[in-house]
Design a binder for this molecule. Structure first.
Ligand code: AMP
Ligand code: MG
Length: 424
């Protein structure tokens, strides 16, 4: 069991180290709190469906046609008229219809027409028997089974009815949506403009890759993880590189980009260190609407506005900045992009292979490896969970999501995991 934290402890330790901090908001409350300041961007544009993967629809789509627009066969087989009683056993084959052909031949009792999948049902036919269920000899077929009336016939509008609402504004376009739009003959759609997101790293010790590094410096990995996560979301990025821990430079950079970007994301400088200026600057040139979150990693996380731009100040530690991006920022970016009802990837219960250490007071997103053993899914942690250990993110295939009140999880107990693949 973890040590119980008293109010006296807290008064002595108001920084970012305490497991429980009364000034830090719970994850779900924080998400609701930030959400009230977020609404979709206004600008829209019309684009070809071919270029619409990952874009967000900004208008409802009603079908201009029935799909299919003609009654057709779902199988390669024979079409005939199946009466309510006295089903025929033997039929004479009098012709054939391929997909794309229209037969003017009428089907009369005792006769069948060979038909291919997608072929238009000729007048008089009401049932298709698949080729596998008949014995075909000369001009005759013997039916080995009695199909139900209407079997294997695709009805007009069976997939989509003319005039029906098929896609709602706010929907993220995936390959299936592009296919559905194409099946309606629509070649272009109206979508939200791409969100413009500017980002930069802060820190005197942070150096761009490609440059030599001295002892005491770190390469700027956040620029690359944040840039890549933004690319995966399909936003337009404005990469501002690295800005030193210098109030003037930080302020000027923020002000210079505030009217060109919908969102500004920075990493580093939001904690309680001597060179952590971001919150203070935000207060000066905009408004701080949120600061501390009771999650691990990533307690210091600032949200606010600078003119019309939304500002997210992520922690500098590489794992913390990725976790807070995925878990906290991404849902809000999705809303700003115009997507309605975005949900983070679902949680699944699996078994912990060994003890997962935790103290109550913060919700944790540990890095986990999900694996199958004896037909069951299990999870183990990637090892050290330090928020600077970026290799834990590359080893992991899931987050182990541990609720705020949870203590350590024993080996063999159930635990929630969330697939990392779900975030892309
Ligand atoms: P900060 O949040 O600025 O106090 O930084 C916390 C830790 O993260 C420090 O050890 C920084 O050196 C490190 N850090 C900050 N920014 C970056 C970055 N862009 N890339 C890699 N590490 C960083
Ligand atoms: Mg720093």
């Amino acid at each position: 069991m973890s040590k119980k934290i008293t109010l006296t402890d807290l008064a002595r330790d108001p920084g970012c180290l305490a497991e429980y901090d009364p000034n830090a908001m719970g994850y779900h409350d924080a998400q609701k709190w930030i959400h009230q300041f977020i609404s979709p961007i206004k600008e829209t544009e019309i684009i070809p469906i071919k270029d619409s993967l990952g874009r967000i629809l900004s208008e409802d789509i009603y079908s201009p046609i029935d799909v299919p627009n003609y009654e057709n066969s779902a199988m390669d087989g024979f079409v005939f008229f199946q009466p309510k009683e006295n089903s025929p056993k033997i039929l004479k084959v009098t012709g054939s219809v391929l997909a794309g052909q229209i037969s003017s031949q009428e089907i009369i009792s005792g006769e069948a027409i060979q038909i291919m999948t997608g072929g238009k049902i000729p007048n008089g036919g009401n049932t298709v028997i698949p080729i596998e269920l008949v014995t075909h000899e000369n001009n005759k077929i013997v039916l080995n089974e009695t199909p139900k009336i209407g079997a294997n016939i695709r009805k007009v509008g069976e997939d989509v009815k003319k005039g029906a609402l098929i896609l709602k504004a706010g929907k993220c376009i995936r390959p299936s949506e592009i296919g559905l739009l194409a099946s309606l003959g629509l070649s272009s759609i109206k979508v939200y403009h791409r969100l413009r997101v500017a980002f930069f790293s802060t820190g005197d010790e942070v150096v761009a890759v490609g440059k030599p590094i001295k002892i005491g410096q770190v390469y700027d990995s956040n620029n690359h993880t944040i840039g890549a996560m933004l690319k995966q979301l399909g936003v337009d990025t404005i990469d501002l590189g690295i800005v030193a821990d210098d109030r003037k430079a930080l302020k000027e950079t923020l002000l210079s980009i505030a009217d060109k970007a919908d969102v500004i994301i920075t990493s580093g400088g939001v904690s309680v260190g001597a060179a952590d200026f971001m919150k203070e600057i935000l207060r000066e040139i905009g408004e701080v609407l949120f600061w501390k979150l009771s999650i691990k990693p990533g307690r210091p996380l600032a949200y606010g506005k600078i003119s019309q731009a939304h500002y997210f100040g992520l922690p500098g530690n590489p794992v913390a900045s990725m976790v807070t991006f995925y878990q906290v920022v991404q849902p809000h970016l999705k809303t700003l992009m115009g997507e309605t009802g975005y949900q983070p990837p679902p949680l699944f219960k699996v078994k912990a292979e060994s003890l997962i250490a935790k103290r109550p007071g913060r919700m944790e997103f540990q890095r986990g490896i999900l694996f199958k053993k004896n037909n069951e899914w299990w999870v183990r942690t990637t090892g050290s969970q330090g928020s600077a250990i970026l290799s834990s993110m590359t080893q992991a295939n899931c987050f182990i999501v541990l609720d705020i009140h949870l203590d350590s999880v024993d080996a063999g107990s159930d635990v929630h995991v969330q697939l990392m693949e779900g975030f892309v």
